[in-house]
Design a protein around this ligand. Structure first.
Ligand code: TYC
Length: 107
């Protein structure tokens, strides 16, 4: 299944041009949260609710997953949205003197 509308058969001014409408889906990136020994659990839950839109129950589940496994997914976004969220969360964590670390990886 093509994600583009291929119009390569169209003739434009006598030249056959491989035209494609601009419908390519953007690349997506996972925002990952890393465990550490110092950031309070309730602060992590607050981050997951405030910056990633999770409800309290889901935020608790993700926080416990990260606490136990070492890493977990906060959400999946385009590059710029992922980068902005990481910067906002890291700034907020540092303001509160917590060493919380986030990373992004391509899906
Ligand atoms: N391990 C931390 C603690 O025991 C809690 C924690 C969870 C920290 C997830 C960071 O991404 C994290 N207080």
């Amino acid at each position: 299944m093509s994600e583009n509308n291929d119009k390569s058969d169209e003739i434009d001014g006598g030249l056959a041009l491989a035209k494609r409408t601009k419908t390519k889906k953007p690349a997506l990136y996972r925002v990952l949260m890393l465990n550490d020994d110092y950031t309070p659990m309730e602060f992590v839950v607050l981050i997951l609710q405030r910056f990633f839109g999770h409800n309290n129950q889901t935020a608790h589940k993700i926080m416990l997953h990260v606490h136990q496994k070492g890493v977990g997914v906060c959400g999946v976004y385009t590059y710029e949205v992922a980068e902005t969220k990481i910067n906002q969360v890291m700034t907020f964590a540092r303001q509160n003197e917590h060493p919380l670390q986030l990373q992004m990886e391509k899906e």
